[in-house]
Design a protein around this ligand. Sequence first.
Ligand code: CDP
Ligand code: MG
Length: 139
Amino acid sequence: MERTLSIVKPDGVKKSLIGEVVRRFERNGLKVVGMKMIHMDKKEAEGFYAVHRGKPFFESLTDFMSSGPCVVMVLEGENAIQKTRELMGATDPAQAKEGTLRRQFATNVERNVVHGSDGPDTAAFEISYFFNALEIFEY
Ligand code: CDP
Ligand code: MG
């Protein structure tokens, strides 16, 4: 069993895609073991995306991620990290496979609806960025 962190980004929330994203995960064997709505401020978005600091898209990305509420969730399942990334599709929706969330719903490479951790270390960091032990459940 593996855990990963996913986010319905502000564009996804505004497009009423919370249910669609969660349904896609649940249908594909991922269990939602933690979930909440948050609204990051600029500093919190910068901390979350610290690995991208200095890249050309960092300013715009952290403005976008702090522009409205997000739904953050902890997903659990076999190969949860890879499975979530497959369901999301490539970062740039134009490159994303048919049927993926980003291909279907993203506006552009920045406003791409959904986030998913990219490896075990990032998953651990990202889960602990938003959730404490009492906010993650076993069922
Ligand atoms: O989210 P993912 O892991 O697929 O991509 P990333 O390379 O870790 O980039 C994080 C986020 O930055 C992306 O999901 C996009 O929202 C944004 N981004 C962007 O605005 N322009 C790029 N050229 C690359 C990423
Ligand atoms: Mg990433």
